[in-house]
Design a binder for this molecule. Structure first.
Ligand SMILES: Cc1cc2nc3c(=O)[nH]c(=O)nc-3n(C[C@H](O)[C@H](O)[C@H](O)COP(=O)(O)OP(=O)(O)OC[C@H]3O[C@@H](n4cnc5c(N)ncnc54)[C@H](O)[C@@H]3O)c2cc1C
Length: 358
């Protein structure tokens, strides 16, 4: 296992900001994942697993970082479906590309999401009407509390909207592998608005998974900045989920606000609120801003700091609450000195979402 000392976090995260990590372990084999956990425990250092660093904002990290770089994919025939076993360090989009090239269905709508496969279950990645929970069969992880390997079924992962048991117990589990169940039979999922309006050249029933993937990549290219242009972690905040009754009120107050069913509640388009109610799209404070083409995407440019990014995000959350009464929370994991605040309670102190789903 390679061990690096004092590594600047701006090189390990796509927001390109942050202080230094005291120590970084690089695990290229599964045994090294367990070895890193034991070494961190022996040194009494909290251990932060990182994949591509595309969903974190880390001002500093006094503990150790584990970079999961294990690789490998194994395909297993399971009748109508194919089980795909993927090592946690595989780049997620390479997994999607391989699956669609084989003509398998299930991952095509999740094309173009940065990061590594091991992080995908953490926030139950979702895009264009699909979520990982629909295709995941199992997760294999090292339990840093019990110091043993564990295998979780999809049910045990307790997936929710951009949420899972792994996110709620941040840092406890080091995900070394995931198993996906993919379909051989055509099943295009084009219900999401952007895909429903996409000018495909043939009827939905005749599309291949690769054609859906290319459409998703084209749509995404219009919405997200190139990593060469800005630092970003994609959507910075979660879309708030409110009760159906609160959603009706919001729709009356802000005609045109897009609402989508989400579990027992309704998911409110925060990008729309930021653009049309708060007029924050494309607004910058110093070197941190909201992307001019997609208001939910917080971006940084050279000179930005992690503290400035957090300060800016808090200011955005405050404005949203003042204008709409909605409390929003970051989707991105925000690092404290020795732990991650995933649903940062102190992000907006002592407030409740007045429209919230209980
Ligand atoms: C331009 C852009 C677009 C994006 N679009 C989407 C999108 O459409 N949908 C979506 O859901 N997300 C999106 N994201 C967010 C992000 O890409 C995903 O959440 C991705 O799964 C994060 O992967 P990562 O390897 O970079 O994770 P990291 O940022 O490295 O880590 C994220 C979290 O997972 C934990 N973690 C990482 N690896 C492991 C592991 N092996 N075991 C246990 N815990 C681990 C970390 O501790 C951290 O809490 C986007 C990000 C960007 C920059």
């Amino acid at each position: 296992m390679r061990v690096l000392q004092r590594v600047p976090l701006c090189f390990l995260t796509t927001l390109k900001v942050g202080g230094a990590a005291r120590m970084v372990f690089v695990a290229e084999r599964k045994e090294e994942v367990a070895a890193a956990a034991l070494r961190a425990a022996a040194l009494r250092l909290p251990l932060l697993p990182l994949g591509g660093g595309s969903n974190v904002l880390l001002p500093e990290w006094r503990g150790a970082v584990l970079l999961l770089r294990t690789r490998g994919m194994v395909w297993e025939d399971a009748g109508d479906t194919v089980l795909l076993h993927v090592a946690g360090g595989e780049p997620w989009d390479a997994v999607v590309a391989r699956a669609v090239r084989k003509g398998l269905w299930g991952l095509e709508n999740l094309s173009g999401i940065p990061g590594r496969a091991g992080a995908a279950p953490v926030q139950n990645i979702s895009a264009y009407g699909a979520e990982l929970a629909q295709v995941i069969a199992a997760v294999e992880a090292y339990d840093t509390k019990a110091h043993r390997w564990r295998r979780f079924t999809a049910r045990e992962c307790a997936f929710g909207y951009r949420d899972s048991m792994f996110k709620r117990e941040q840092g406890r589990y080091l995900i070394a592998g995931i198993t996906l169940r993919l379909r051989r039979t055509a099943a295009p999922n084009l219900a999401y608005r952007d895909l429903a309006h996409f000018p495909f050249r043939k009827p939905a029933a005749r599309l291949t998974p690769d054609e859906v993937r290319r459409a998703v990549l084209e749509i995404r290219a219009r919405k997200f900045p190139s990593p060469l242009q800005y630092g970003t972690a994609g959507s910075f905040f979660k879309n708030p989920v409110v009760t159906p009754c609160a959603a009706q009120k919001l729709a009356r107050q802000f005609p045109g606000v897009p609402l989508h069913a989400q579990g027992k509640g309704m998911k409110v388009s925060l990008a729309w609120i930021l653009e049309h109610v708060c007029a924050l799209k494309g607004v910058w404070q110093g070197d941190v801003g909201l992307y001019e083409k997609h208001a939910l995407v917080l971006v940084t440019r050279e000179g930005a700091t992690a503290r400035a990014a957090i300060g800016f995000a808090k200011a955005v959350a405050r404005i949203v609450r003042e204008k709409t009464g909605l409390t929003i929370e970051p989707e991105v994991g925000i690092g404290a000195r020795d732990g991650m605040r995933v649903c940062t309670e102190d992000f907006l102190p002592a407030t409740k979402n007045v429209h919230g789903v209980s």
